[in-house]
Design a protein around this ligand. Structure first.
Ligand code: PMT
Length: 224
C-alpha cells in the first residue's frame, strides 16, 4: 500500500502545453502530452493529498478519480487558475510546458493568405513560476527545467531566479526523456545543488521520487 505521506495537503499541479491563439482556428503550442503532470497528480492523490490539476492541451486524458481538473488554454489563463489557488496551497508543482511567447494580436477572423511570406510578431507571456516564487509563503514550490544543454547550470539558475524549493531537470534530447513519452530521465536540484540523479524510469516512478523529496522538505519544515 502507498504511504499516505501527503494526507490532507493541498497540492496544485500544472500539466500539458499552453495554447496561444493566432486566429479562431490556429494556435502555437508544444509537444507536452501532460503525462508527467498527470502522473504527479495521480501519485499525490494516492498519497492522500487534495489535488487540483490545472491542465493545458494534453494528448490523452486519463480519468483520475478524486482529482479536481481545471482546463485552461493560454499561459495567462494558467496564471489566473494557479494564482486563484496559490494562497491556500501547501505544494505547487509546475510540470506544464508554458509558452514563453504569444502572438501580439489575435485576429478576430481567420487570417487570409496574401503575400508569399507572413511575419508573426510575438511578445513574452508572464512567467508563472517566477510570479509564484515572488509571492511564496508556506508553499513548497517545485519547477521543471526542460533543457537541451548545460542542464545543471540552467537548472540552478532557474531555482535561484524563480525562488523554487526544488527544480526537476530533464534533458529533452535524451532518448526516453521529456516530451510525449511514458518515461523520463531527471535530476532533482535543491538550494544545496544536485539532490538526486535518477536513471530512466516511468513517469509514475519519477513522480513518486519527486513527491518523496517534497515530503522530506515538508517534514523538516514542520519539525522546526
Ligand atoms: O507533458 P509531457 O509530455 O509528459 O512532458 C513532460 C515535460 C517535458 C513537459 C516536463 O517534464 C517539463 O519539463 N515541463 C516543463 C517544460 C518547460 O516549459 O520548461 P522550461 O524550462 O521552459 O520552464 C521552466 C519552468 O518555468 C517550468 O516549470 C515551467 O512550467 C515554468 N514556466 C515557463 C514559462 C512561463 N511563461 N511560465 C512558467 O511558469
Amino acid at each position: 500500500a502507498t504511504a499516505r505521506t501527503l494526507e490532507g495537503k493541498k497540492v496544485v499541479i500544472t500539466a500539458g502545453g499552453t495554447i496561444e491563439r493566432l486566429d479562431p482556428v490556429r494556435y502555437l503550442t508544444n509537444d507536452s502530452s501532460g503525462k508527467m503532470g498527470f502522473a504527479l497528480a495521480e501519485t499525490a492523490a494516492r498519497q492522500g493529498a487534495e489535488v487540483t490539476l490545472i491542465s493545458g492541451r494534453t494528448a490523452a486524458e486519463p480519468a483520475i478519480p478524486g482529482i479536481d481538473i481545471v482546463h485552461v488554454e493560454s499561459a495567462e489563463d494558467m496564471l489566473g487558475a494557479v494564482l486563484a489557488r496559490y494562497e491556500t496551497a501547501d505544494i505547487v508543482i509546475k510540470s506544464a510546458a508554458v509558452a514563453d511567447y504569444r502572438p501580439v494580436t489575435r485576429a478576430a477572423n481567420k487570417i487570409k493568405k496574401d503575400g508569399e511570406s507572413l511575419v508573426l510578431e510575438l511578445e513574452r507571456t508572464t512567467d508563472i513560476l517566477k510570479t509564484l516564487g515572488e509571492r511564496k509563503k508556506q508553499q513548497i514550490l517545485v519547477g521543471f527545467a526542460a533543457e537541451t544543454e548545460q542542464l545543471e547550470h540552467y537548472a540552478m539558475d532557474k531555482l535561484r531566479r524563480k525562488n523554487c524549493d526544488l527544480i526537476v531537470a530533464n534533458d529533452v534530447t535524451e532518448p526516453g526523456a521529456g516530451f510525449n513519452v511514458d518515461t523520463n530521465v531527471v535530476r532533482i536540484f535543491g538550494e544545496e545543488g544536485l539532490i538526486e540523479q535518477l536513471p530512466l524510469m516511468s513517469k509514475r516512478e519519477v513522480a513518486g521520487r519527486i513527491l518523496d523529496q517534497v515530503a522530506k522538505r515538508l517534514k523538516t519544515r514542520e519539525e522546526r
